[in-house]
Design a protein around this ligand. Sequence first.
Ligand code: PLP
Length: 454
Amino acid sequence: MTALEIGGEALPQERKIVTEIPGPKSREIEARRSTAVATGVGSSLPAYVVAAGGGILKDVDGNQLIDLGSGIAVTTAGNANPRVVKAATEQLEAFTHTCFMVNPYESYVEVAEALNRLTPGDHEKRTVLLNSGAEAVENAVKIARAHTNRDAVVVFDHAYHGRTNLTMAMTAKAHPYKAGFGPFAGEVYRAPMSYPFRDNDAAGTKVSGEEAAKRVMTMIDKQIGAENVAAIVIEPIQGEGGFIVPAEGFLPTLVEYARENGIVFVADEVQAGFARTGKMFASEWEEIVPDLITTAKGIAGGLPLSAVTGRAEIMDSVGPGRLGGTYGGNPTACAAALGAIEAYENDGLLERATQIGELITDRLVKLQDTYPEIGDIRGRGAMVAAEFVKRDSIDPNPELVKDLAAYAAKNGVLVLTTGTFGNVLRFLPPLTISDELLNDAFDVLEAGLAELLG
Ligand SMILES: *Cc1c(COP(=O)(O)O)cnc(C)c1O
């Protein structure tokens, strides 16, 4: 199989609009939803899905949307990827659950072996499986604290690590994630991020990765004391923060500092991991070797699974019975993960991520010529974003991004917004999308910009 042969069969790979979006059937379900589902759960585009594959989402009214979101970087290997479906279906028919903590099964061990093999570094590793990205981050912190016998956790501006109490404390953005949900877990300290687009402009000169790292190290030394820090937790490319790629040298300098000071360096690869950036893990771009890596989103083709993988001596500093959970490493999710990993390793998905990134970046660069409101284009592989600003400034332009995403949705293109300032369009298509669909989606965005900016 190649990336483009996956999932294209059942669903014609074309954008199709047969009603307004969302259509009448979606709106009917949406009305029921408003009296049944808690309002705290939002939806970017309330067109109710009945099928998905390749680069298409089909809704209940028969519209076919181009998927530039992959359910937030989850269906990277393609929605309903046949390898995932086959493995998960066979497992479902055999048994659905035992609880690995009661009666274990082989697929859990196989997923752990695969993660130990695939994550950066050839040292001995161990893995624990959990359910969600937030749960993986929580467990990484538990393990780092137990290993170091220290309390403090360092996180960054613009960070996103989840919605549980500890991970809310670690997440930067107040609205909508934190406001009113406190008090938050203690001993979480926020350090300045390397954000080249805004760093460089504000200072008038370029802030190098090493200089940006120095700000962090000074902050830790002066405000916390390195000897009190259990873990530095960072997304190698920030997801919800706006696909911020730190300046070269930032991550390696922090890894070195962590190592010198006995601090556990945790790479949160929940969004950037699993072939998304054109490498299996984003940490590989600067050849850093994190002590612990958290993974989730792309891991199992859409089934809920997450993991903490890392150095054996750190992972094993927590004794038996101290980690786990009822569903952690559920057998169907494990089978699905083995199917997804098989796809990442055999179906040309890494190369496809690189090609997709080039196509998207080309289209954005051309648009930027006409529309200087596109202030910055950044990302790696098929994790690309455009940060929008007001003309002749770097003031964030969230209104334009909101209007453009709405224009795209109305015209059958699902694109997600992100960023601390809400002024970033992010592109995270499944790696099984065709060039034709990508170009069609960008034709829609181009028409949208023309309509909105004249
Ligand atoms: C989405 C995300 C999380 C949280 O994952 P959930 O599965 O939603 O709990 C944590 N870290 C990063 C970097 C993420 O993108």
